[in-house]
Design a protein around this ligand. Structure first.
Ligand code: SF4
Length: 773
């Protein structure tokens, strides 16, 4: 393996024996430790790392102190950059499933097999029989810009699925409904805020999500150091709550009631301060009426939060000079995820903290994601079987299994997956397992044979992330500062390997429907793009991005000649890959700036405070308020800083130590159930049951059980040697695909009604009606 790049480090004079032949300059460089600067792509924090390496071996991975965003911070997962690269289980060549075995095949055979089967199924059953699932790691590779090529190649209309519907969809929907554009993510302005209110988020474990901050906990500590306040609202006293000024326990799935009560207090006590937003909002009166019934006293029982605490918090937040109200997985993936996220936005707007320094602001990334990205559509193509609303051209993952298993026109018979493991990360994983096993054909673009890809007929593995250049595209849109960084490949890609974007282009070219002439022309274009490379595409996007000079040419009064020249001439003054190469630690483009009213895209150009979609769902919340909780025990997930969703358990350095796949229970619940620390409990829902050891802690509310996400590696055929040793059980074997948030169609992953019993006293899973709520 040959190094491509690196920054030489001088280690003093080197003695060369007289008898030795003098090494060439290149050999000399190769035999010295070298440093490579890069962005860690493993999570949204985008930390800068320094990788010391020699002769193709990684010697160390450390935080890059000169990276302007992360300032030397890394988390324990950074070592996984090496572990993933060197992992013997990582696929290096395409494989084909033959019975229970896998055999390596050539790229040509892999592509030809996919082409033959996709075209056959499309000819027999139409394009609606084809579907695609895209996993979360796709957002961490620049190759993501070519995913639309695969979608076009397959000819997909609405059978698209992704991790979005078990993650950030409610935020995208709120941005589409209230601001008119789905990719406007309000990011807490951590470096300037005085009051950070976190609802259902745990940056100490996630390192920041929809809030890329490189060292978010350092920034959160700085809020307190400069006299500000940090409050965490969560059913568990999380690692973040431990570092906050205050933690407030709240029952799972009730954040809407808590936030609506805060808004209620703000209206009732005249704390509304729209400030710069005064002329930009509409629907204030309607909103006031919508939250009128949710007084702090009315929601105390359901939330478990005392009315006095809600009133105090509403007053304090409203009177802070600059406050940011932020929610994440706990507030998104729950029974009222849609209207909870609406309320998060409402709190920020009513206090004049949206699009204001120290509040929540909008990143202006180096790529024009707002200009290029679709604004988002809701409910245009409801799902075939359950008629659940789609969003942004995607169906909810809650319907993936039923769309495969239910016969009829439009039944999915072929699934492609891209860097995803929905068997572990979406609800009722056992049902999805069955569904995937029934497919006519499946292919995956993935580096592992995991719980999902074991069902594929062909797996196409892209190169390791260290064998390609890196630049964040999607995640750059949620940064707490405007920032750009391009990193070169560390290692040359092995012969006969393919980057992810090359795989996407090749598949697109082969699968694209249409006439022979049209396909021939497109094939030529694809070949040209293959030759130019992904960086050429990124460079063009930078040059036409907000910091590129070509954008100005297009926007200004340039002549056609100047515009055409702009396409081909190097861009010396604006942002380009060439320019970023001069900044190996990254280029800080400054703090976030105000974006309104330019970035309000609603038809009236006003922020919609009371969209009809949300108003219509308030009745469902009233019903829940009247009925109370669906079960005495509610299940929530959790995340650990040494893990990331389902794909980080094959690194021994990350999984070693105390077992982490445990059911957290409050001491009162443990006593009631008669279980002691480490004893096994059975947690059961409408769809199934799992057994796992108990961890007793008063860090969790009574009536709540927490199980981490991403385990369950013991399934037959999984080729993850290390992960299988810490197999654990999958929380998504008991989350319920039919228990959904009505407006987002997202499955409920936090606040699932369950029963918990000691294993010795285990009984059959409760009847469906008992837990349906
Ligand atoms: S927080 Fe950890 S995993 Fe995330 S980018 Fe930084 S080092 Fe990588």
């Amino acid at each position: 393996m040959r190094h491509l790049t690196g920054h030489l480090v001088y280690h003093g004079p080197r003695f060369i024996p007289a008898s030795a032949s003098r090494p060439s300059q290149r050999e000399f460089a190769m035999s010295q430790p070298q440093r490579h600067f890069r962005t860690c792509h493993l999570c949204e924090a985008m930390c800068g790392v320094v990788i010391e390496h020699q002769d193709g071996k990684i010697l160390s991975i450390k935080g890059d102190k000169e990276d302007p965003l992360s300032r030397g911070h890394i988390c324990p997962k950074a070592v996984a950059l090496q572990d993933l690269h060197e992992d013997p289980d990582r696929l290096r060549r395409p494989v084909k499933r033959v019975g229970r075995d896998w055999v390596e095949i050539s790229w040509e055979e892999a592509y030809a097999t996919i082409e033959k089967n996709v075209k056959r199924i499309r000819a027999e059953h139409g394009a609606e029989a084809l579907a695609l699932y895209v996993g979360n790691p796709s957002a961490h590779t620049p190759g993501v810009i070519l995913l639309p090529a695969l979608i076009a190649g397959l000819g997909l209309k609405s059978q698209r699925f992704s991790a979005t519907s078990v993650d950030q969809l409610p935020a995208m929907l709120a941005s589409q409904q209230m601001l008119g554009h789905q990719v406007l993510f309000p990011v807490p302005d951590l470096d300037r805020t005085d009051f950070l209110l976190i609802v259902g988020g745990n940056p100490a474990a996630s390192n920041g999500s929809l809030m890329s901050a490189g060292d978010p906990m350092g920034r959160i500590k700085s809020i307190r150091d400069r006299g500000g306040r940090v409050v965490v609202v969560d059913p568990r006293r999380t690692e973040t709550a431990e570092k906050a000024d205050e933690h407030i326990f709240i029952k799972p799935g009730t954040d809407f009631f808590f936030l609506a009560a805060m808004a209620n207090v703000m209206f009732a006590e005249d704390h509304i301060r729209l400030r710069h937003l005064a002329d930009m909002v509409e629907g204030v009166t309607t909103l006031r009426a919508a939250v009128a019934q949710f007084t702090p006293e009315a929601v105390t029982d359901i939330t478990g939060v005392p009315a006095t605490k809600i009133r105090e918090l509403a007053r304090d937040f409203a009177s802070a000079y600059a406050g940011a109200c932020y929610g994440r997985m706990g507030s998104c993936v729950q029974e009222f995820g849609g209207i909870t996220t609406w309320m998060l936005y409402v709190i920020n707007i009513l206090t004049g903290n949206m699009d204001r320094e120290g509040g929540v602001m909008f990143t202006n990334p180096p790529f024009d994601i707002v200009g290029l990205g679709p604004k988002g559509n809701y409910g245009k193509h409801p799902s075939r079987v359950s008629r659940l609303p789609d969003f942004g051209g995607e169906q909810s993952v809650a319907v993936l299994a039923e769309e495969i298993l239910t016969p009829g026109r439009g039944q999915i018979r072929m699934l492609a997956t891209h860097a995803g493991n929905p068997v572990l990360s979406t609800p009722n994983g056992r049902q999805l397992d069955e569904a995937l096993a029934s497919l006519d054909f499946m292919f995956s673009i993935d580096i592992y044979i995991n719980e999902t890809t074991r069902h594929a007929h062909i797996i196409l593995p892209p190169t390791s992330a260290l064998e390609r250049s890196h630049m964040d595209v999607a995640i750059a849109a949620v940064n707490v500062r405007n920032f750009a960084k391009w990193s070169p490949p560390l290692f040359e890609k092995p012969a006969d390997s393919r980057h992810d974007w090359q795989i996407l282009l090749e598949l697109s070219s082969r699968l694209m429907p249409g006439s022979q002439i049209g396909r021939g022309l497109r094939g030529k274009v694809m070949q040209a793009v293959q030759k130019l490379g992904l960086d050429a595409g990124l460079d063009l996007m930078l040059r036409f991005g907000p910091y590129g000079t070509h954008r100005k040419l297009l926007a200004g009064k340039s002549s056609l000649r100047e515009r055409l020249l702009a396409l081909v001439l190097p861009d010396s003054t604006g942002l380009s890959i060439k320019k970023l190469k001069k900044y190996p630690h990254g280029l800080d483009l400054g703090p976030l700036h105000r974006a309104f009213p330019g970035w309000i895209f609603t038809p009236t150009k006003k922020i919609a405070l009371a969209p009809q979609l949300y108003l219509g769902d308030v009745a469902r919340a009233q019903e829940r308020l009247a009925k109370g909780h669906a079960s005495d025990m509610l299940l929530i997930g959790r995340r650990h800083v040494r893990s990331n969703n389902s794909w980080m358990h094959n690194s021994h350095r990350l999984v070693k130590g105390k077992p982490r796949c445990t059911a957290m229970l409050h001491p009162d619940d443990a006593a009631r159930l008669g279980v002691t620390e480490g004893a096994n409990v059975r947690v059961a829902s409408r769809v199934g049951a799992i057994e796992l050891p108990v961890e007793i802690t008063d860090h969790i509310m009574p009536g709540v059980v927490s199980v981490p996400h991403g385990y369950g590696h013991g399934r037959d055929g999984v080729r993850l040697e290390v992960a299988r040793r810490v197999a654990g059980v999958s929380i998504n074997d008991i989350t319920d695909e039919r228990h959904i948030d009505a407006i987002t169609a997202m499955p409920v992953l936090n606040g699932v009604p369950v029963t918990v019993v000691a294993v010795d006293a285990a009984v059959a899973a409760p009847a469906a009606e008992e837990l349906a709520g």
